[in-house]
Ligand binder design. Sequence first.
Ligand code: NAD
Length: 431
Amino acid sequence: MNISIIGSGYVGLVTGSCFADLGNNVICADNDIEKIESLKKGIIAIYEPGLEEMVRRNSKEARLRFTNSIKDAVTKSEIIFICVGTPSKDNGEADLKYLEKVSKDIAVHIDSYKLIVEKSTVPVETGERVKDVINTFKKKRVGFDIASNPEFLREGTAIEDFMNPDRIVIGVESKKAKDILIELYKPLKATFVVTDIKGAEIIKHASNSFLAAKISFINAVSNICELVGADIVEVAKGIGLDKRINTSFLDAGIGYGGSCFPKDVNAFIHIADKLGYDFGLLKEVREINENQKEIFIKKIGDALWNLPGKTIGVLGLSFKSNTDDIRSAPSIDIINRLEASGCNVKAYDPKAMRKAKKVLKNIKFCNSAYEAARKSDCLLILTEWNEFKKLDFKKIKKLLNQPIIIDGRNIYDPKAMKKLGFIYIGMGRKS
Ligand code: NAD
């Protein structure tokens, strides 16, 4: 099939590359000239395991092309996936200006039947707006369909997630649109959920909000564990082994971050408010998440007595492991607060430092975990990278001014750390 992708970021590039790998002809478009020039050379600006190789292979076999021309992308394809960003406005509402712009651009160039698919995460009823814009601005009397096909991939395992999805959600208004999407996704042999556009839009916001709620729930329970001296890891296991609950997303810590959960929870709260429903449950989820960072900072203050002038070693900047994405990462907020309290911060991350340097201007970036530990008054774990799970702790202990580890991701065993001579502080852990 001839497919175009508009917006070649994390989701667009993975979607385009995977569809090309499945044998389709794909054009990936973006209005970022530098990004497209790099992609044409086979260089990708993000860290995503396996993606660069997949881009190069499919480009070489001429199934994957890159362009800055929306006209090129629209006229040469039958299916158009919109994959632009939908960030939060200050009031939490989803900012749909990129989506509106792309909808207008598609309208101007549409010259034959197209299936226009929202892959970006959008508030319910956005499909209606896209349809209105295209009807208003299209220059030729041609037919089109709108569909919603939300994406559930996770950064770090994006290719695997795209190729082996738990389900494929398709929101459509016509049989033609449904048949095209089912045919396109047939090679993946996944379970389809076919619904209307509004249903598909809600599925995405509700899924991310549910996962965020699960994280806030376990964080709230971890705070109770801490008050009574119980261990959240044991408690979470006991909860999660119930098949109705399951163990995933039951890791207590400094809270969720990233480019999706915070903004999607905000957007779902906002759209519910706009529709006249007060989604108090989700407001509390957001509140608990924000609080986790406060609790973590308080632990640092308690451990170090006075913060001004202290040097803090930080391990991990990305919002989770296996990605270089630092959008809404808890690390950024925590480091900014530590700096505001007069601390000096030294940080190391295996992949995210290039991006972090653009937003964290005053901290020292280190070449290894050991360099971050050297002469620091404590070591913080902010991302659960595997690399941090197997450090030489005897060396770390010698490098630190005092042997304090404050683990925001609960990646170590408190007893083992204590045995090694550390003052180890986790989140909801029994010490
Ligand atoms: P991103 O910022 O990495 O990519 C968006 C791309 O769109 C950028 O390259 C940008 O230059 C391009 N763009 C913006 N306006 C454009 C225009 N007018 N014409 C052409 N290109 C334009 O964002 P992302 O992380 O890929 O997210 C995209 C959408 O997918 C969001 O709605 C997000 O919520 C959703 N989503 C993201 C993930 C994820 O893990 N990142 C997972 C599932 C869903």
